[in-house]
Each structure stands twice: as C-alpha cells, then as structure tokens.
Ligand binder design. Structure first.
Ligand SMILES: [Zn+2]
Length: 244
C-alpha cells in the first residue's frame, strides 16, 4: 500500500512552464476535491513540477505559488543525480555491491556475474536493455524467494509476484491478490530489498499501517525496519541513476 494513485498522464498537454536556471520544466496542475491548500513538489525524476490544489483555487494562484518557490525547486532539482547510461566499464550496483560491466567480443550476450565482474558481449546498441533485463530477472527470482520465505513465516500462501517500474513506489499490494515490487530494489543491499518484501507480505494480513501491522512486520523482518527505511530515504533515488 502506498500513495494514492494519481494519473499524471491524464492532463492537459499545454502545461505552463517554469524556468529554473537554464532549464524549463512543465508545471502540471491537478485539482483535488479533498485538497485544502496548494502543495507543490518536483517529480522524482525531475521532469516536471506538480501542484495539487483545492478545486476552488485559481490557476493563477498556483502559478504564483510555483514562482514563489522557484529557488527551492532549483535546489531540489540540482540534488537529483544525473542519469548515467550504463555501458562498457560502468560500475553498477547489484545487491548493494559494486560490479563492473566488462564488455568484450568473446563474452556471452546474456550478462554473467563472475568474481564481481559482469561479463557481457553482444551488440553495444542493446547492451543497456540486456543489462536491465538481467537485473530484472534476478530481481524477480530474489523477490519470489523473499516472499515465499515471509509468507511461510506468516503461515499464508504466497501470491504471485510482479515487477513494477514505478517512479516512486517500492512496492504495493493493492488487491491482496498480488504483490508488485520495484525491480530497481535488486540494486539495493539485500536487507533493504527484503524489508520492502516483508512490508508487502505484512499487508496481505493487515491492510493498513496499524500497530498490528507494524508488530507483524517486526516479527517477519530479520533486520531493523527503521534502518532499511532510512537507507531508502537517503539512497533510493540513486537506484534510478543508470536505468532511469
Ligand atoms: Zn504499506
């Protein structure tokens, strides 16, 4: 369970713009019946500024609000790590360890991890896709193991696991029928990835964040939930550096 699902795609294409230094970003406005005031944030990938506003608020007020926060937005934008597309010699993070991509003609097309080196051959044009797919396959099998482990502990059947490519959420289990997990977690240390899986498994029993939910999560997860949460808060955005 995460944030309310907001479909940012359903919007007017003629978005107003805001200038932050040398870049210009679209301002995406969304009116919300339950909103009591204007709230503004930068999209996690830095691609747009999002303002949620009460249904009675005026567009002009929202734009003025964005303008008044221009400096703050520029500071936030500067903090987003720049995208570094993976290629030969790149250092990727895999289960919290640094692995170097060794691209050579004689190496297999499917990446193979050998002594901390990710050996891969094949065409350069599809290298990024093949690296991502390797990480995704690995993510799925790790998630399935983690989930089976926690479902056994909780005494419940393990639902199917699906990978998500969400820009912000790490996991969700909106219908109790299936757990969705962000594939990028395969780059994080094992205990961080496992804490997210344990969180979603606990939601199969408690569909809220009640004390009972937290008690179950503490029981299931072998590590410190607060430490794992802290790691994600501090480092989560870095998991988007190579593959967006
Ligand atoms: Zn939750």
């Amino acid at each position: 369970m995460g944030y309310a699902v907001i479909d940012w795609l359903q919007r007017d294409r003629q978005d107003p713009q805001i200038t932050l230094g040398t870049i210009s970003l679209p301002i995406v406005l969304r009116r919300h019946a339950k909103a009591r005031r204007l709230t503004l944030r930068l999209a996690p990938d830095g691609s747009e500024v999002r303002i949620t506003m009460p249904s009675w608020a005026r567009t002009a007020d929202a734009l003025d609000f964005a303008k008044s926060r221009q400096e703050w937005l520029a500071t936030q934008h500067a903090k987003i790590p720049p995208r570094e597309r993976p290629g030969p010699g790149s250092i990727l993070s895999y289960r919290g360890r640094q692995v170097q991509v060794e691209w050579q003609d004689g190496h297999p097309r499917n990446p193979a991890l050998t002594n901390g080196v990710l050996q891969v051959g094949g065409p350069l044009s599809s290298l990024e896709r093949r690296l991502r797919q390797w990480l995704e396959r690995s993510a799925l099998s790790l998630f399935e193991n983690d989930a089976r482990n926690y479902c056994d502990l909780a005494g419940i059947d393990c639902p199917p696991i699906a990978l998500s490519r969400a820009q912000k959420r790490w996991g969700s289990c909106s219908d109790r029928q299936r757990i969705r997990l962000n594939w990028r977690l395969v780059q994080a240390p094992d205990c961080v990835r496992r804490s997210v899986v344990a969180h979603e498994v606990a939601h199969l029993i408690h569909f809220d964040h009640s004390p009972a939910f937290h008690a179950l999560l503490d029981h299931l997860f072998e590590g410190e939930v607060t430490q794992a949460d802290r790691w994600l808060k501090d480092n989560g955005r870095k998991l988007y550096t190579h593959f967006g």
